[in-house]
Design a protein around this ligand. Structure first.
Ligand SMILES: [Zn+2]
Length: 473
């Protein structure tokens, strides 16, 4: 151990990060312990970053002000979505691809599964002036530090309080309500992790590369009208938001957004570089993190939302989900001892859908189809104490008739605000493992499985309900 430390220290002493050049230093921050949890895809980006969870929103290189809108979304591959006369700035600035395939979805080298037709519920996101990447991840997926560093401590100019993230252009909520934490890597870069449901560090903490820093969540805000009143439920599916900032004296808070995937086009054509003066270079370590089957760091024992801490059972593996459940009896998320097709064809067939999740309860196989968001299949928080998000919502929206789903997260209760105090509207029943009653169905051992389900079909989004012709123009 001591020897390794000395060697590493020596190596860095000999090879400091050169001024002006950046050595790729980031590991992918999201792991996918089970194919059923994170909508895993083995798709790898050739230059280093893997997406164990699928990319649903890109960083917009055509961005002068984060979260503004200028009618153009440009990905690092150069693919562009544009507002047009027939498709103006609607749907929070989500535009179909403009060139070279007008009206088509972005591809982003096959990494992208989001819809380009709007930031609508359950469709994924690809919105204008988004300064980061969003990856699909069910609530409770572990998030790891992409590199070593120190949790940031920057005074939020809006609130006057020190925060653990660089405010990201949406000042009113600050870091807390958005579930943000940032890590300053000491080389001019900060990585920030958003929409977390749990954060394990406070400002100033030292964090090692690969350390578990929290869990993903769902904290997108509700929409408000010009009087600040909540007008509808802005129920964006659970996802993980990852951004990278670089020190830049002229930018707000001294930092500018950069793209960890770099820029694939000619440097002179990178609109983000034109805006910030900072070249976008590839920051993912080449070959790092090949879709890890297991978390890099073991999950803390008090993780509230998943039961990956399986009891010590033999290392025997099972291709048959029924034999597997018989052996492990009860597990909320199948682990690596299940080596069969994902999802098991028997479960997909029983539920009539490929985007299913499954678990074992009392030796039985249970399956659930929860739509693209997977919400109905998630483990629920049964506490009747309002979460931090619900409390904050009621402070900011006193006497609201309801707290939007995005802020309720996976509470098994719905809420309203009596003055600024949260009150329960209704509590939905959950089973003894805290899953919603009615969402999960027992799957019976089939005599013969005739339909094979492709192994990667969990990443498929359901067909959209709009008329097909709407995208073509
Ligand atoms: Zn985002």
């Amino acid at each position: 151990m001591r020897t390794i430390f000395i060697v590493v220290a020596f190596f860095f002493a000999l090879a400091p990060i050169a001024e002006g050049a950046t050595t790729p230093f980031l590991d992918f921050p999201l792991s996918c312990p089970s194919a059923t949890q994170g909508k895993c895809s083995a798709t790898g980006y050739i230059k280093g970053a893997y997406t164990p969870a699928s990319m649903i929103s890109v960083l917009d290189h055509h961005m002068e002000k984060p979260y503004g809108d200028d009618g153009v979304v440009t990905a690092f591959t150069g693919e562009e979505g544009r507002a047009t006369a027939s498709k103006p700035k609607v749907n929070q600035g989500c535009y179909p691809q403009y060139s070279p395939n007008p009206g088509k979805s972005f591809s982003i080298m096959g990494l992208y599964i989001g819809s380009n037709d709007g930031c609508l519920a359950d469709q994924g996101l690809n919105y204008d002036n988004h300064p980061a990447y969003d990856y699909k991840a069910q609530v409770g997926t572990p998030v790891y530090a992409a590199a070593s560093g120190k949790v940031v401590r920057i005074v939020n100019k809006a609130t006057g309080f020190p925060g653990r993230c660089v405010p990201k252009g949406v000042e009113t909520g600050g870091c807390g309500i958005w579930g943000y934490v940032g890590i300053d890597h000491g080389n001019g870069y900060i990585t920030q992790y958003g929409h977390l449901s749990r954060i394990d560090f406070v400002s100033g903490d030292e964090v090692k590369a690969g350390a578990l820093i929290g869990l993903t969540g769902q904290s997108s805000p509700p929409k408000k009208d010009k009087n600040g009143k909540i007008t509808n439920l802005y129920n964006v599916p659970p996802h993980f938001h990852f951004e990278v900032l670089k020190e830049n004296a002229g930018s707000p808070y001294g930092y500018a957004f950069v793209d960890p995937y770099g820029w694939e086009g000619s440097p002179k054509d990178d609109p983000l570089e034109k805006a910030t003066g900072i070249p976008n270079v590839q920051l993912w370590k080449t070959g790092a993190q090949a879709n890890p089957a297991e978390p890099k760091v073991s999950v803390a024992p008090n993780v509230p939302l998943s039961s990956t801490a399986a009891p010590p059972v033999s290392a025997q593996t099972y291709q048959n989900p029924f034999a597997y459940c018989k052996a492990v009896v009860t597990i909320d998320m199948p682990d690596k001892r299940y080596t069969g097709t994902e999802p098991p064809p028997a479960v997909a067939n029983a539920l009539g859908h490929t985007a299913v999740t499954w678990r074992c309860a009392d030796g039985q196989v249970l399956g659930c189809y929860g739509g693209a968001s997977g919400r109905a299949c998630e483990k629920m928080q049964t506490s009747r104490t309002p979460s931090h998000y619900i409390v904050q919502f009621c402070v900011q929206n006193p006497n609201s008739d309801f707290v939007p789903m995005a802020w309720i997260g996976n509470s098994s209760s719905t809420w309203k605000c009596n003055g600024s105090v949260p009150a329960i509207l209704k509590t939905y029943p959950v089973d003894k493992r805290s899953f919603q009653v009615g969402s999960w169905k027992p799957v019976i051992t089939p005599k013969l499985i005739t339909t094979q389900v492709p192994p990667n079909s969990t990443t498929a989004l359901p067909k959209r309900t709009e008329p097909a012709g709407r995208l073509v123009y």
